[in-house]
Design a protein around this ligand. Structure first.
Ligand code: F6R
Length: 242
């Protein structure tokens, strides 16, 4: 894993956006894996600013998001559909039919999971997958204990993850208990992975990823096995790394 050290969240976002833009500019066809949460917000802001100023086009880009809550309508302000529209899609020229997010209100969520993996395969896989890091080492919503062999599936969210995400909801009780997530194997099949980590709160998780053992109790540890991972992390996040 290659680690790029940056000063702070602002620098991390700029670096990540530039790495994504490089691929957008130089590929005729590009499939991006996208994440939600607090980490990529600044990256998306840079992409939007660049689109406005430099007219970078996303007509040739297809995207697949990592996850979505089960039971939330795409119009729900806390759904990841809503997040992606607000934070990126509404502000760039990516064709809507080329954006994919798991459907959390599908009648048959299992079928939705299978279809999602199938669609990724039909696009020849993900070229660049953007990831954030959960405090407990989750990637996507693959919580500790998830098999490294999983494809897209339905998960029960741990209390810790629901608590971490409660900041976006009116109350903890409103945070959904289940989600659809790309599986660890789905993520690992991406040709390239860009993991963003910022802040002191993530420092022990990042240290465990970089220095620790590869183990299902810490899902992100599997990234050590991927041939092309870049971690962009700020000083605060790196403070516990040996
Ligand atoms: C988001 C996702 C999650 C987050 C992780 C970190 O789509 O799949 O794994 O990347 O929970 O969240 P933040 O960025 O809010 O700290």
């Amino acid at each position: 894993m290659k680690v790029i050290t940056v000063n702070d969240y602002a620098d991390m976002s700029k670096k990540a956006a530039n790495m994504i833009l490089e691929r957008v500019h130089y590929s005729k066809k590009l499939t991006l894996g996208l994440a939600t949460g607090g980490t990529p917000v600044g990256t998306y802001e840079h992409l939007i600013k660049d689109h406005k100023e430099n007219k970078t086009s996303y007509q040739h880009v297809t995207s697949f998001n990592l996850d979505e809550y089960v039971g939330l309508d795409p119009s729900d302000r806390n759904s990841y559909h809503y997040y992606m529209n607000e934070h990126l899609f509404n502000h760039i020229d990516i064709p809507e039919q080329q954006t994919h997010i798991p459907n959390g209100i599908a009648e048959n969520v299992q079928q939705e999971c299978n279809d999602y993996d199938q669609k990724i395969m039909e696009c020849d896989g993900i070229d660049l997958q953007l990831l954030g890091l959960g405090h407990n080492g989750h990637i996507g919503f693959n919580e500790p204990g998830t098999s490294f062999e999983t494809t897209t599936h339905v998960v029960s969210l741990t209390k810790a993850t629901r608590e971490a995400n409660a900041r976006f909801f009116n109350s903890f009780d409103e945070v959904p208990t289940q989600a659809i997530t790309m599986g660890i194997q789905t993520i690992m099949k991406s040709k390239e992975i860009l993991l963003l980590v910022s802040g002191k709160k993530k420092s022990s998780a990042l240290a465990r990823l970089v220095n620790g053992e590869m183990d299902t109790t810490f899902p992100a540890s599997i990234l050590n096995k991927h041939a092309n991972v870049t971690i962009v992390a700020d000083h605060d996040a790196l403070q516990e790394v040996d």
